[in-house]
Design a protein around this ligand. Structure first.
Ligand SMILES: [Zn+2]
Length: 377
């Protein structure tokens, strides 16, 4: 019995090994968007530094976190062949303007700039990785294809939620809001901002507790960069020169719709009771939303009429790679005898703009026997 199982294992291993030997050019999922020669020059930009601390919401200031990750990134990317890697800053005391970083990239004839950051927000309630790319073709496509590769890696390796590849419009221009992107694009150098995860929120805090974690993100970034450009490393035993089924299709000459900046809140959000079980004091509600110009991504629940909110959750079916989400889902909520809940939901789109639902107001208290009266206003 044991030997037969063992033989089966061996044949599976052989089958997998044979699959790996199949010439791979014809199984390319999508073409590599970024054309480059054998002399690839990459600039890694650890965000902030010196007087610019970055977010202070994490265990350490963001400028320190960025440098730790960036150093690990550079160390690993240097193990790949056919690539020259530069950094914009090497210590935490250097204050460097964003334009100077782009000028530096120009002087070394950079092919691509990757700016390394960690995120934070005022409400400390967000989580996940996001990548900012340019609004301008073809830079938009490069960042979109890279960002999707990176997010897939973060989701599978670390369990960090993929928030999407995004753009942000400049205040007075049709160009980009973030100077590290616009100043590089002005010099015809593609640039992206990697916001690895949120340093300040309760959900992502577990991902930024140790230096090893911050270094591991640098290694993952390096491997994603290598996969994006099709590099190989004999030292690491990694070869991305052939196909990558993880590459997403992009329109190099146009604007990739998935990166569209949605500046309005979701169109409509509604909650309604679908089932009420008085014996177990449970109520099942249906949450529905419409969002024509974007996608739903998170929701938060309140059972006290919006005075307090539970931790944000991923909207069921939200898939940043396809832009799809479930138009409705059901939640079953349990209460105690004596509770009189007021149920309301905050529904967030991919750009964190939210719409509050109507409220389900219970007129009676749950009492384990009678159906409590409620109204849906
Ligand atoms: Zn930052």
């Amino acid at each position: 019995m044991k030997t037969r199982f063992f033989k089966k294992c061996i044949s599976i291993v052989l089958a997998v090994a044979l699959l790996c030997l199949v010439p791979n050019s014809d199984v390319l999922a999508a073409d590599r968007a970024y054309p480059h020669d054998d002399n690839l020059v990459i600039v890694i930009d650890p965000g902030h530094g010196g007087n610019e601390t970055g977010t202070q919401g994490g265990r350490i200031q963001e400028r320190f976190m960025n440098l730790i990750t960036a150093q690990a990134l550079v160390e690993r990317l240097n193990l790949y062949e056919g690539v020259t890697v530069y950094m914009t800053r090497f210590d935490n005391d250097t204050t460097m303007s964003l334009t100077d970083r782009a000028k530096f990239a120009e002087t070394v004839d950079a092919d691509f700039v990757f700016s390394v950051h960690y995120n934070a927000c005022y409400a400390h309630d967000r989580f996940g990785i996001e990548v900012y790319t340019s609004r301008v073709a073809p830079y938009n496509a490069y960042g979109y294809q890279f960002g999707n590769l990176l997010m897939q890696r973060y989701e599978s390796e670390f369990g960090i939620f993929p928030r999407g590849v995004k753009t942000r419009k400049g205040l007075r221009t049709e160009g980009d809001y973030y100077t590290i992107i616009s100043a590089n694009v002005y010099r015809e150098i593609p640039a992206v901002i990697i916001e690895h995860c949120f340093a300040d929120g309760p959900i992502d805090a577990v991902f930024t507790q140790t230096g090893d974690q911050l270094r591991n993100y640098g290694y993952a970034d390096a491997d994603a960069i290598a996969e994006f450009f099709g590099l190989k490393s004999s030292i690491l035993g990694l070869d991305y020169t052939g196909y990558s089924t993880n590459l997403i299709e992009v329109d190099v000459n146009g604007f990739n719709d998935a990166t569209y900046e949605d500046r309005t809140s979701p169109d409509s959000v509604n909650v309604s009771v679908v089932n009420l079980d008085p014996s177990s004091n449970t109520v099942t509600v249906r949450v529905e939303a419409t969002e024509a110009d974007g996608m739903m991504m998170f929701y938060a629940l309140s059972t006290d009429g919006g005075w307090t909110w539970e931790e944000s959750q991923v909207w069921p079916g939200a898939d940043t790679y396809t832009g799809t989400f479930d138009s409705s889902f059901e939640l079953t909520l349990s209460f105690n005898s004596g509770d009189r809940p007021d149920i309301v939901v905050k529904a967030f789109n991919r750009y964190d703009a939210y719409t509050k639902s109507n409220q389900i107001t219970f007129i009676d208290r749950f009492n384990s026997t009678d159906k409590p009266l409620y109204r849906e206003a």
